[in-house]
Each structure stands twice: as C-alpha cells, then as structure tokens.
Design a protein around this ligand. Sequence first.
Ligand code: P6P
Length: 333
Amino acid sequence: MSKTLVQFIIEEQRNIPGASGDFTGLLSDIEIACKHIAHQVNKGALIGVLGSAGSENVQGETQKKLDVITNEIFLECNEWSGHLAAMASEEMDEIYPIPAKYPKGKYLLTFDPLDGSSNIDVNISVGTIFSILRCPEGVANPTEKDFLQPGTKQVCAGYALYGPATMIVLTTGNGVNGFTLDRDIGEFVLTHPKMNIPADTAEFAINMSNRRYWEEPVQRYVEECVKGKDGGREKNFNMRWVASMVAEVHRILTRGGIFMYPFDTKDPAKAGKLRLMYEANPMSFIVEQAGGASSTGRQRIMEVQPTNLHQRVPVILGSKNEVERVVGYHSGK
Ligand code: P6P
C-alpha cells in the first residue's frame, strides 16, 4: 500500500530530535487546505468561481475570485490548530495574526494561495506555494519584521500543483518528495520519492516579450540558447513558458531545465516580478534540495536578507550547470 503524506511526515518527524508533533500537525492542516483548493479549482465554472473578483491585491494585480477564495481557505484551515503564530499571503497587505480565540504556535507560514491565477480562466495548471519559518524565540505577537528571515531559515517549503494530476511536492531539508492526490481514498500518496534535477538541460523558460528590458548577461545567455549549435553552444535548446511558476518548477524537478524571471527595466520600481518570501524562497529551497541552484544572478536567493514582506527578486533557477553559467555571465566570466 502506498505511503500517504501524513505517514511520510510522521516517519520524517522521528528523524527530528525533539520534534513535538506540532510540525506534523501544521503540515496536515496545509494538506487539507490544498485538498479544498483542489476541489474549488477542479470544479471551476461548475460552481461559478472563475473570473475576476473585481478587486486588486497589494501587488496592484486584479484578483480572480479564486485568489480570494483560496486565500480564505488557507487562513481558515491553518488559523485554529495552535501551530502558527501568524501568517502572510501574497493576497494580503499586512500579516495575519492568529485570532485571540485560538492558541498560538511556534511557526510562521507564508503562502501564495493560487500562483499563476491568470491561467485559471483558460484551464491551464495553477498552484499553491507555501513556506514555513520558526517564529523568533520569545515573540508572542509577531510583526512583519519577524517574517523577514532569509530563505536559509525555512524549516519546510512546498507547493501544490493543480494540473492533470493534483500533487504536493515538499522538502523539510532532507531531499524533495512528491505526492499525488488519490481521489478514491482522498489522500496524497508518495509517487515521486527523492526528486532530483539533472545538472544539465537543453530547455529554458523565460517570457521572451521582455527581452528588450533584460540586462546584458541574460540577453547573452538567452541568445546563445536560441542559436544553439550555431551560436557556440554544444547543443540546441527548446523553450517553454507556462506563466505559472509552479508548473515550470515541477517540469524542472521532473526533467531538468532553467527558469528565469530576471531583473528587467520594464518597471524600475520592481527588481523582478516574483516575490521573495512566498515564491522565490520556497521554490529555491525545493530546487536546491533536489540538487539544483537558485540565484538572483548575483546572489544565492536563499541568502537574500528580506527588507519587505512583499519584496521582489530576480529569479534564475534550475539545472545547476546552466544556472552557474548565467551567474558567471553576471560576474563577467
Ligand atoms: P508573466 C504568475 O502570475 C507569476 O507570478 C508566476 O507564476 C509566473 O512564472 C509569472 O508570474 C508569469 O509572469 O509576466 O509571464 O505573466
């Protein structure tokens, strides 16, 4: 019989000295939230959840109905059980303190409840991204600054992918494992143990319409990929762009690749498009634990010291040898 996600977490917990079961309970709550979201996403038009909510989020992006619904699901599934001291979401400007009527716990949770939601109305895969940090010792009522920890401080990172199959992929710092939702038993079961990213690839992912805004090192790297053997590379490349980071990262975990949302001058106020705390950091933890690399082009993403809950960073992640090539171009090699 396949190992369920809860069984896997409990067995993992036995490897963590002093683990209280708090962490296992938190992951179980997150799993339930992802099951509810999978249901909403899968039903889509049948239950009237597609289309715009008619509101904007803190990012200035028009919210889909499902952005709002999935954010509420994450809050409701995780606020009551006493494992968290606070939460933070892409969809909320301020942090979400645990209501006084519930016990507080020792973890902080950041999440993007529905990443790639611009795809939801056209039935393309979307996902949820989450990251778990420890609440600083002795902090009973955390504020935004308590969340501003570098990615190396994450105790867990994961995503749910709502695609042809619904999956949860996560790491607790001991490799990366993938679980597929078996709707017959209502459980996520282990289907992709010890996921690993090949060090080399012939597939790159970037939004080419931004080419004129990129810095020279990225222009050079992408040009070489496009030219392939005719441009000095030892092979020809293929290109993908799904506009759903979870789908892109999952493809890379499955068959390798490099994903880039680099710094661009399209909007000088933004260092890139992707958010550090609930997109770049969790995905970087997963990618590194699977043997890949993740950089801003100039720095390991997980070592960036956050200054703002919703700050953005350039993202270059995936197959180690290709990421290192792009980083090398940034340093003039
Ligand atoms: P663009 C989705 O909105 C997202 O945050 C990531 O999931 C995705 O990789 C990127 O933005 C797509 O951005 O500019 O191509 O629409």
